[in-house]
Write a protein that binds this ligand. Structure first.
Ligand code: CA
Length: 239
């Protein structure tokens, strides 16, 4: 099981919005929130602790052209995948939609299986991209910059390459323990003669950097034979 990904649905048709939200939620891989207008979407995105991994965006909104709204989000530095919903008569505008920075589009009437597949595909691409950002406890983790940012305390933690790789690997395990041998092999390679002591040293330094109290780790936990990230740190404290 993977961590449910929060997505924002911007669609003014109330019935379609409710249906999309329900279907994303019942899929199990997503937490979906629906809004009616670009203005509401902006307000949601502006919340300090809001996080959306992807946006499903209708082209025809009451207060904005979805394409222009999309372009504005990109100008604001938002990089998450955006999938546009287009009306059947808007097909010719798709190119403009993609020009505005959307990652993909799907025509109405929406086939849910197709929309889910496209959102998943874009998230896969995004997660491996330079723009990927993940939440770990109070931090936003940006692997490409090797940076953890605690916005509430305006604190930045710089990571070494190895520390960054360890965190990425533990993040992907989604709260499940990863054995020391697996981490060693994945991070230093099978042929390496690196010992578990080296791994323990890296974990120790990582805790010094990220844990409020490194002697009582609350984010990076030791498990029998390995390490894991606390479930609460991955699920916004609700885990
Ligand atoms: Ca509409």
């Amino acid at each position: 099981m993977s961590t449910p990904r929060p997505i924002l649905i911007v669609e003014d048709d109330a019935a379609l919005r409710a249906s999309l939200t329900d279907q994303f939620e019942s899929d199990g891989d997503f937490i979906a929130e629906g809004v009616e207008t670009a203005r509401e979407a902006e307000a949601k995105l502006a919340c300090v602790d809001s996080r959306y991994d992807a946006i499903v965006l209708d082209i025809g909104l009451p207060d904005a052209d979805g394409r222009e709204f999309c372009a504005q989000l990109r100008r604001d530095g938002r990089r998450m995948p955006i999938i546009m919903l287009t009306g059947a008569d808007e097909e010719q505008d798709i190119v403009r939609g993609l020009d505005s920075g959307a990652n993909d589009y799907i025509a109405k009437p929406v086939r849910m299986s197709e929309l889910l597949a496209r959102v998943r595909a874009q998230l896969r691409i995004f997660d491996n991209s330079e723009d990927a950002v993940f939440t770990i406890g109070p931090y936003l983790f940006r692997p490409s910059a090797r940076l953890l940012h605690d916005a509430a305390r305006n604190r930045k933690v710089r990571l070494t390459d190895k520390e960054c790789t360890i965190l990425k690997f533990l993040y992907r395990a989604d709260g499940k323990a990863v054995a020391r041998e697996v981490l060693l092999n994945e991070i230093w390679g099978y042929s390496s003669a690196v010992s578990t002591h080296t791994l323990e040293t890296h974990i120790y330094r990582l805790r010094q950097k990220i844990e409020p109290d490194p002697t009582h780790a609350r984010l990076l936990l030791t498990e029998t034979g390995g390490y894991k990230l606390a479930t609460a740190a991955l699920h916004g404290g609700n885990g």
